[in-house]
Design a protein around this ligand. Structure first.
Ligand SMILES: [Zn+2]
Ligand SMILES: [Zn+2]
Length: 339
């Protein structure tokens, strides 16, 4: 199966947490947290279209300057999402430099501050020396903060002593080509199949029972194939439709029941969960003090939410000599063997 999301974990679990995500055949890339990103090549940073920041502690935000540096002459805007103070934090970063030579640069930075069911917005345009311009506030429904043609992103607010945002990204549905059926019917493989996929993604939604349901009832789309024009439904036998991939990202969360329950609900059935496992449960007092999850809690979340693959991204430097203890506790808790 060709996956839409291709991710790279940038640092080890003792470095700043950061996931760089490319989208298959798309020129854009996404970043989840933007701490130390020195290991991402310049030409890859250049593709970053959206940044999803959990919170602006320095280990999650210091790399923002490097992103601006890379995209400064770019046409496409840079969009950054984060907790309620993200607009002020982006503003602060931009105010830290002098911008008298960028008047003819097209770059526009848009900041989206997520708070309960609202998103406050602001933009900063290079041609206006990145002065802040406030935009109207948007309402959020069902945690949905971004709907693109190939994927959607949801967000939920949790607590880390300060507000912190967890994210999940979902492919609406996945289309594979049934090559056998194609060959039997005498249709050659070619670029028309990508066009077909695009048309379907744009005009249909996924329903587990009916598989594909048209977004508009009176839909009548004709598709140009190497064997002439066909109604889109006539080509469905060439497709295998499956549920799209879901990937979630949760960092720096206080180990309270309220947070844990919210996370389990939010990350439910993710194919991949990137999560912290900051302390061992024997240091749970410290975990409460510092507002971080323990390995035991992270394992429990993965188990109860039915996570297929759990990736631990953030561990306290306290365990640098012995990280296996963290991984062991996560595994035991995930398999339900921890009392
Ligand atoms: Zn952190
Ligand atoms: Zn933090």
């Amino acid at each position: 199966m060709s996956r839409l999301f291709h991710y790279k974990v940038i640092n080890n679990a003792f470095g700043d947490p950061c996931v760089f995500m490319r989208l298959l055949r798309e020129k854009k890339a996404l970043l989840f947290d933007v701490g130390d990103i020195r290991k991402i090549p310049f030409n890859e940073i250049l593709k970053v279209s959206h940044i999803f920041v959990t919170h602006t502690h320095i280990d999650h935000f210091i790399g923002f300057d490097q992103v601006i540096r890379a995209v400064l002459r770019r046409q496409e805007p840079l969009r950054i999402y984060g907790p309620e103070n993200i607009i002020e934090c982006v503003h602060g970063k931009l105010r830290g430099y002098t911008w008298n030579l960028v008047a003819d640069y097209p770059l526009q930075i848009e900041a989206y501050a997520i708070k309960e069911n609202k998103i406050k917005r602001a933009k900063f345009v290079a041609s206006k020396s990145f002065k802040i311009e406030r935009l109207s506030t948007l309402s959020i429904k069902d945690n949905l903060i971004l709907q693109e043609s190939l994927f959607k992103v949801k967000a939920v607010e949790l607590s880390h002593g300060i507000p912190v945002i967890a994210y999940s990204i979902e492919e609406d549905f996945h289309i594979n080509i049934n090559k056998v059926e194609l060959e039997v019917s005498g249709f050659p493989v070619g670029p028309w199949l990508s066009e077909l996929k695009k048309l379907i993604k744009k005009n249909y939604e996924y329903e587990p029972t009916k598989m594909l349901k048209p977004k508009n009832k009176n839909l009548n789309i004709m598709v140009q194939t190497p064997k002439g024009k066909f109604k889109v439904e006539e080509l469905f036998s060439f497709l295998k439709i499956t549920k799209g991939e879901k990937i979630s990202y949760v960092m720096d969360v206080a180990p309270t029941d309220e947070n844990i329950n919210k996370i389990i609900e939010f990350v439910k059935d993710s194919d991949i969960l990137f999560c912290e496992a900051y302390f061992l449960s024997k240091d749970r007092d410290r975990a409460f003090e510092r507002n971080h999850l323990t390995a035991e809690i992270t394992g429990k979340i993965a188990k109860e939410a039915g996570i297929k693959e759990l990736v631990i991204l953030h561990i306290s430097p306290k365990y640098i000599e012995n990280p296996q203890e963290i991984y062991k506790e996560v595994e035991l808790s995930k398999s339900g063997d921890l009392l």
